[in-house]
Ligand binder design. Structure first.
Ligand SMILES: *Cc1c(COP(=O)(O)O)cnc(C)c1O
Length: 420
């Protein structure tokens, strides 16, 4: 199946007389015929469903759809994108380990890595997304267990040279984790370029209607966990009667370990109802991504020529530092544009307050066009140094172009500029 078809049909194919739409299985638990059957599941966790803290049929239909879209062997949904980032890392690292991450990542992820995980003994070494192979290699230590980056960074909009990072990661025997939220598998499939684990905030384009917060982790099945750096994948798991993930689950070792250890112990699994809503969004993802890209390209070109903007950052513009990388990895540059307005912070505020159609919100990737001022909101917790590293200037506005008619969007932006 092609992406358009997978968006609609993957993960759930009803048989004779079954519901056409994936049913919402709103149940905490599942019934067994005998005591033996339930105890078997505790030896062999993939055998049957036991409890909706870590597996549910509605959620699993969506997991299957996303795994197929990304070209992975399996996926696990989480209650937020943050939970996906956290679990993707915790499935590899314990106290005393480290990861290497690009600096150009989502502010919430910077905070998770630089502040919170550090308190639990997991260190993050940040490298610039444009760093060369030698510089990335130099950041990797003996205890480094993964490299992390975003396909299209939020909000810096740098485009990750996935092959470069994958090559360095694999030379050091560690996996590459890619946050593919802004590109979605419709615009980029990082696994095809060597990413081992792909994560998403499904709250963004995958949902697209701003109705649920969620995340997902996808396992490519390609990484060799037997190279000696990941004993938790090859040694018996005492908490599951000696399961050995690689030996018992082969290519799906990573994602089954994430579910049976982390989701079992922490929770953080989405509700069936949320997965149902996410699935509705996914059904039109391929169609929507095309239009987001078209609209954003027109808006970015308008911003570049309107005379009120210092700089437009959009990887679909020829003037972008990332244009060539975008051409290589992306089918389209997605719907988010960052621009630095003339007049800095004050002008940014006046501009935003003058918009009528476009709303101010702490969200992106919705069908409705929205704006946000990262320096005073999502990136408020970062130091000036971190702000610069994350590509956030005081006058930077993040514009998430929606699916309204592009002329209505342009007219509203013109009102904002007229107020300056
Ligand atoms: C929003 C976002 C996250 C966090 O996701 P939530 O669903 O808000 O927890 C992570 N990465 C990127 C790139 C994001 O845009």
């Amino acid at each position: 199946m092609r992406d358009e078809t997978k968006c609609i049909h993957a993960g759930y194919r009803p048989k004779n007389g079954e519901p056409k739409m994936v049913p919402i299985v709103q149940s905490t638990t599942y019934v067994f015929n005998s005591a033996k059957e339930v105890s078997d599941v505790f030896d062999e966790p993939t055998k049957a469903l036991v409890y909706s803290r870590f597996a549910n049929p509605t959620v699993m239909a969506v997991e299957q759809k996303i795994a197929e879209l990304e070209g992975g062997v399996g996926a696990m949904c989480t209650s937020s994108g943050q939970m996906a980032s956290l679990m993707a890392v915790l499935n590899l690292c314990k106290a005393g380990d480290s990861i290497v991450s690009t600096s150009q990542i989502y502010g919430g992820t910077v905070n998770l890595f630089a502040v919170t995980l550090k308190k639990y003994g997991i260190e993050t070494i940040f490298v610039d997304a444009y760093a060369d192979e030698a510089a990335i290699s130099a950041a990797i230590q003996d205890n480094t267990k993964a490299i992390f980056g975003e396909t299209i960074a939020n909000p810096a909009l740098t485009v990750l040279d996935i092959e470069k990072f994958a090559k360095v990661a694999h030379a050091h025997g560690i996996p590459l984790i890619v946050d593919n939220t802004f590109a979605t598998p419709v615009l980029c499939k990082p696994i095809e370029y060597g990413a081992d684990i792909v994560i998403h905030s499904t709250s963004k384009y995958m949902d697209g209607h701003a109705v649920q917060v969620g995340g997902v982790i996808v396992d490519s099945g390609n990484f060799d966990w037997t190279n000696g750096k990941f004993p938790d994948f090859t040694e018996p798991d005492e908490s599951y009667h000696g399961i050995r993930y690689v030996q018992d689950y082969g290519k799906a070792a990573y994602i089954i370990k994430a579910r049976t250890q982390l989701m079992r112990d922490f929770g953080g699994y989405p509700a069936a109802n949320s997965a149902f809503l996410l699935n509705l969004g996914l059904e039109t993802l391929a169609l929507r991504m095309e239009r987001y890209c078209e609209n954003a390209q027109k808006v970015a070109e308008f911003l570049e020529t309107c005379g009120k903007v210092e700089k437009v950052i959009y990887p679909g513009l020829k003037s972008s530092r990332d244009y060539a990388t975008a051409q290589k990895y992306l089918k389209g540059a997605s719907g988010v544009i960052s621009f630095v307005i003339q007049g800095g912070r004050e002008a940014a505020v006046r501009f935003m307050d003058s918009l009528e159609l476009v709303s101010i919100e702490v969200h992106v990737a919705d069908i409705r066009t929205s704006v946000l001022h990262p320096a005073s909101t999502t990136h408020r917790q970062l130091t000036d140094e971190q702000l610069v590293a994350a590509g956030v200037e005081p006058g930077l506005i993040r514009l998430s172009v929606g699916l309204e008619h592009y002329e209505d969007i342009l007219e509203d932006l013109a009102k904002g500029f007229a107020s300056l």
